[in-house]
Design a protein around this ligand. Sequence first.
Ligand code: EPU
Length: 417
Amino acid sequence: MDKIRIVGGKKLRGRVEISGAKNAALPAMAATLLTPETVLLENIPYVRDILTTRTLLESIGVNAEVPGNGTGSFKAADVGALEAPYELVKTMRASILVLGPMLARFKKARVSLPGGCAIGSRPINLHLQGLEKMGAKCDVAHGYVEASTAGLHGAYIQFETVTVTGTENLMMAAVLANGETVLDNAACEPEVENLADMLRAMGAKIEGAGTRTIRIRGVKKLKGCRHRIIPDRIEAGTFAIAAAITRGDVEVADCNPKHLSSVLSQLSLVGVEISMGETGFHVRGHGGISSKNMTTYPYPAFPTDMQAQYMALMTQGDGTAIITETIFENRFMHALELIRMGADIKVEGRQATVRGGCPLMGANVQASDLRASASLILAGLAAKGETIIDRVYHLDRGYARIEEKMAGLGAEIERIS
Ligand code: EPU
């Protein structure tokens, strides 16, 4: 199993190019099931979750090509098994995204229930309730959701909690349903908007994506399209913190700074110098870091997917910061590993109190999930001596060539087998 070795203490300098967003590419790949025509997706990141989704689509009968770099091609003309098996779903919960499209186009689907997850219980009740309101029958048996419908129809659906993949799943179901669907309290993440752009290019009628209310008027069929995946705002934010924590000077290029305005304004607040551009931004971390509280919320607020990385930064703050996680109930696993590196963090329920000013020391640590892995890399970059991060398969799920990109900025980092 691969590990990442870092020798900390180098200031990162230079320019890094951001890859396409995993969390935009995953629903886009699922949406290719909605048409028998060819769909081309540009800027797909070459990460493990994308390859898992390719395998899933292939097992359903989609002709899917995902080259190492660039544009993927998908054709769902001869779809056979309308099933997402446990073996794939257990490694990637986003597999649930095929449920809505399969039900909409083929009127049935069998998708394994996602099991436990390192960051929280992550139920899919809101996906199922919404589909049932649209005329689907969803039974849960033997660990699978067995869903069928005589034909989906429009419905008014108000989410009791903001759910990103729930919004995406129901939007994909609604585009081929009979009549109008309104999704209220919908997620407004840029990834949802990017999916709506793709669906519109396929011929769907959608208004309001990117706001809390999305209106979808179903159409009879959808066509192929060419669509570009947005840049990964979480990868961009991770590199911004890498520059800040090493007191470096980094240009984060090929991204949309507007998608991470909450992260960048929080970084400015803690004393990091940020200059904004149209398609990138510049981070200079020459001063000290002030400790500031932060609470995660759905977009446009500070994202839960940047919480672990922010915690790494706060270990280097000048005071105490309280970090509150409101999205997932168990997303502080990285705290225990950061403590092993010398950090002073106390976790109580959904709050972590981080006392800054403790020098980090290299150590052997274990990644517990994707963003936790990123936070350990950041801590390793700032730590004195050598850090070895185990279980980096979590990292490989969502970061494209992160060690190469970090090394390109001058970090002493390598992958070891
Ligand atoms: N929830 C329910 N019922 C549901 C669905 C969600 O109670 O049916 C709850 C969840 O338990 C959670 C909250 O709603 O407490 C929000 O979860 P959400 O459904 O928004 O999460 P998700 O769609 O499963 C996506 C991203 C995550 C990201 C979250 C929050 C993808 C593929 N995944 O997950 O990304 O953390 O939104 O922004 O888009 C990551 O990339 O590391 C990652 C975990």
